[in-house]
Design a protein around this ligand. Structure first.
Ligand SMILES: [Zn+2]
Length: 64
């Protein structure tokens, strides 16, 4: 379960499926919240995935 920060009131939302903020009732705008999610919730996982892909492609480049 990931934490999502409401763009309106700044409170953390712990429900992944929630479309409305439980504090202020505003829409969480999940459709445009992808970048917000990357920014606020899982920066380490994104960076690790990118680094992993770079390392993997480098290893493949060395092998072939
Ligand atoms: Zn809110």
């Amino acid at each position: 379960m990931s934490e999502y920060i409401c763009p309106h009131c700044g409170n953390p939302i712990y429900d992944d499926d929630a479309l409305l903020c439980m504090y202020c009732g505003e829409s969480l705008k999940r459709d445009v919240g992808v970048f917000g999610k990357i920014k606020y919730t899982k920066p380490k996982i994104i960076i690790m995935t990118v680094v992993g892909l770079i390392v993997l492609s480098f290893v493949l480049l060395v092998i072939f």
